[in-house]
Design a binder for this molecule. Sequence first.
Ligand code: TQI
Ligand code: ZN
Ligand code: ZN
Length: 169
Amino acid sequence: HYTFFPNRPRWPPGRTQLTYAFLPDNQLSDNVRSVFSRAFERWSEVTPLNFTETTSFDRADIRIGFFTGDHGDGEPFDGVLGTLAHAFSPPAGRFHLDGDENWVIDGDFLNSSPASAVDLESVAVHEIGHLLGLGHSSVEGAIMYPTISSGVRKVELANDDITGIQELY
Ligand code: TQI
Ligand code: ZN
Ligand code: ZN
């Protein structure tokens, strides 16, 4: 079953048009940006929320960046595997990913994939759930379930995720 953060933080009613931006230093490829765009789309399909990319990093509601190790927020990344990413509850909009992971984009997980491969879209869909106010779910098939196997792609919202987010928005 889905959960919320303590005190049920959410983006305020009326704030349905949310912007996101990538850390300018990251210089991400169009492929990577489209992974995030698709991940946001999965949540906008089932809520009144809309997400648009902006180049104005400082003014964006949601700020996305890849960092390695200690990056100044008291929650250092840890190299390959372990913590993959973290996102904070609304309205923080802080979404950090561990730049040391072997991120897979649009992966066909062939035998050539390293055992440490992590599917970027799967992690993005999960972290966006946190950014919108969902905590972890006890339902194994849910996006918000707190574990994923390496090399696995899990990007489709489960009924549990949808019920949870629709209770919030
Ligand atoms: N990062 C944790 C996560 O996003 C950070 C975290 C731990 C957290 N406890 C939390 C965030 C409570 C909000 C509330 O869950 S992670 C997965 C999953 C991680 C884990 O790097 O461990 C995914 C990131 F679910 F697969 F295990 C993305 Cl998809
Ligand atoms: Zn961080
Ligand atoms: Zn999580």
